[in-house]
Design a protein around this ligand. Structure first.
Ligand code: NAP
Length: 311
């Protein structure tokens, strides 16, 4: 019987691992297939406090892993296939085994949303991408489109200008959602052009992406844009499939918690993007991972017959 199992290895999960390990709870982390989570897709984290020169996303994961292991966290590099969180003993199935624990911290993050248009599914890996850091290089000297108007679209669009001959950002409205500093940088970049009030209707091509069929959301007018690649950054959906029949969800399908990261099930906590649809920053994920770790420790202390601190 373990004290705590942490599911997920992004900044939330790994921070929870560092804190529970330092509390001598000997946590088990089950990392998921994408070790480090979405932050590892970021080329350069510029806004993580304490790193004025920026930090690579995967580099951040390696530092977090080293720090967690230093204090005794155990990490299994596999995916959880099933959980049973209802009883006092929490059951987590992964790597062909059952792991039992007194508490579970869910930190499974979120997954990029798809456009859901004709041609998208077939063209994944043939010009459709959800990760500029991973695939930008393949479009050296070629025109690409970026879909979305948030921080991800602009951040990744700016990154793509290192490779692409031209980056066209297609946004469904006439105002961006992204932070002012990113808007300014994108407007100032001569490789970036914007197409406003426009949605993608189809991604077309034979062997790979050749063009986008666009529709003006206000006038209904259709047009075409010739591109070799299309990068989709239209938000994320929380990774809750494993838990949705057991743990209460909020309207936006994040895991519902109180302000102490406690779910509706005693001993089950949730942190990071799976529980937060508002901030979704590496630093806020890390902060909520810390909260979950402290709460898990309090819960375990309570199971040992002591009062639940702070209740
Ligand atoms: P987001 O802020 O939710 O923005 C998604 C964008 O996609 C919005 O502009 C939205 O349009 C558009 N969109 C949504 N569904 C669409 C659809 N079906 N078709 C076309 N467009 C669609 O998502 P995000 O940019 O991934 O950012 C998520 C969070 O991560 C945010 O909190 C953001 O601040 C954070 N983040 C921060 C940084 C940074 O600080 N450098 C970098 C990346 C991400 P509308 O505007 O019309 O809704």
């Amino acid at each position: 019987m373990r004290n705590v199992i942490i599911i997920g290895s992004g900044p939330a999960g790994m921070t929870a691992a560092i804190y529970t390990a330092r509390a001598n709870l000997k946590p088990l982390v089950i990392s998921g297939l994408e070790r480090g989570g979405q932050v590892t897709l970021t080329n350069d984290l510029e806004n993580y406090p304490g790193f004025p020169d920026g930090l690579g996303g995967f580099e951040m994961y390696q530092l977090l892993e080293k720090q967690a292991q230093k204090f005794g966290a155990e990490i299994i590099y596999d995916t959880v296939t099933r959980v049973d969180l209802s009883g006092e003993v929490k059951k987590v199935f992964a790597a062909g085994q059952e792991f039992d624990a007194l508490s579970v911290i869910i930190a499974t993050g979120s997954t990029p949303k798809r456009l859901g248009v004709l041609g998208e599914q077939e063209m994944i890996g043939r010009g459709v991408s959800y990760c500029a850091t991973c695939d930008g290089f393949f479009f050296t000297g070629k025109p690409v489109a970026v879909i979305g108007g948030g921080n991800s679209a602009l951040d990744e669009g700016l990154f793509l200008t290192r490779f692409a001959s031209k980056v066209t950002i297609i946004h469904r409205r006439d105002r961006l959602r992204a932070d002012a500093i990113l808007q300014q940088r994108a407007m100032d970049n001569e490789k970036i052009e914007f197409i406003w009030d426009t949605v993608v209707e189809e991604i077309a091509g034979k062997q790979g992406v050749e063009k986008l069929i666009l529709k003006n959301a206000k006038t209904g007018e259709k047009s075409e844009l010739a591109v070799d690649g299309v990068f989709v950054f239209i938000g994320h959906r929380p990774n809750v499939e494993l838990f949705e029949t057991q743990v209460a969800l909020a309207d936006d399908r994040t895991i519902q918690t109180d302000r102490r990261t406690r779910t509706n099930l005693p001993g089950v906590f949730a942190c990071g993007d799976v529980q937060d649809s508002i901030y979704r920053q590496a630093i806020t994920a890390a902060g909520s991972g810390c909260q979950s770790a402290i709460e898990a420790e309090k819960y375990i202390t309570h199971l040992q017959g002591k009062a639940y601190p702070g209740k």
